[in-house]
Write a protein that binds this ligand. Structure first.
Ligand code: GDP
Ligand code: MG
Length: 235
């Protein structure tokens, strides 16, 4: 009998516990003592999006070489810092809703993260069903971000969802943007077709979802703290 390869992908991380998944199964595990004593100093800790190998006790022993590392700046009481958030990301969707706190400075900062990470990116302008003239916003954005693909979406009307589905095939896409922008709603729709979105209480900084056509999506939480806590705007 052919042995099933023990390569998994890290779905989420929380206080040194890791949810990992492959095509057959999902489980929670920790790192092995060998990882802690030998490999950790080379590879760092596992991140959402990492491909990992397990030892005979199903503990993470090795992180496979990362294709890309995604970092984001966050601001809290301790100040400003840059954290690694996810790995093996191919593209970024910056998600911003049309109806509330539509701030160009916030959006510019998020687009800057994409450039910092040297990743392909698109802007999703969500909830366009909630305003009368969404094209005013879209045209305004197109004039500011001339080199970025801007996609208008609505879960109510379905607009833009086919474009998103086309762009995420066979890639790992990370969704970033302010809280309530509609990131998790779109992701849940893409994962299970449900528009009845229920907010989860337990929020993780980065969480990966697999779709059946070779797409992986990473939902994020912490990136909304960019500038929000202090109210400062960084250029
Ligand atoms: N009207 C409307 N509401 C939406 C749409 N997408 C998401 N929402 C609502 O916006 C709220 C915030 O969405 P959520 O996905 O939690 O945003 P996140 O914080 O960026 O993950 C939820 O109450 C959703 O039901 C949309 O296309 N149209
Ligand atoms: Mg969310």
């Amino acid at each position: 009998m052919k042995e099933v390869s023990k390569i998994y992908r890290v779905v989420s991380t929380s206080s040194e516990r890791y949810v990992i998944s492959n095509i057959l199964t999902t489980m929670e595990t920790t790192t092995s003592s060998k990882f802690e004593s030998v490999y950790q100093k080379y590879s760092g800790r596992p991140l959402a999006g990492d491909f990992v190998m397990l030892d005979e006790n199903n503990k993470i022993s090795i992180i496979l070489k990362r294709k890309t590392e995604f970092c984001a700046e966050s601001i809290d009481k301790r100040g400003r810092r840059i954290d690694l958030l996810a790995s093996n990301v191919d593209q970024v969707f910056v998600v911003i809703s049309v109806n509330r706190s539509f701030e160009l400075s916030k959006l510019s900062r998020l687009v800057k993260i994409c450039r910092l990470n040297k990743l392909n990116h698109a802007i999703l302008v969500t909830k366009i069903d909630t305003v009368l003239y969404p094209n005013e916003y879209i045209d305004y954005l197109k004039s500011h971000f001339t080199d970025v693909n801007i996609i208008a979406t609505s879960l109510e009307t379905g607009e833009g969802l086919d474009k998103i589905a086309g762009l995420i095939k066979n890639r790992t896409t990370i969704f970033i943007g302010p809280q309530d922008g509609g990131k998790s709603s779109i992701i849940q729709y893409l994962v299970n077709g449900s528009k009845n979105f229920e907010k989860k209480n337990k929020k993780l900084p980065a969480e990966l979802y697999f779709l059946d056509y070779g797409a992986a999506i990473i939902d994020t939480e912490s990136i909304r703290t960019l500038g929000d806590v202090t109210g400062e705007v960084y250029e």
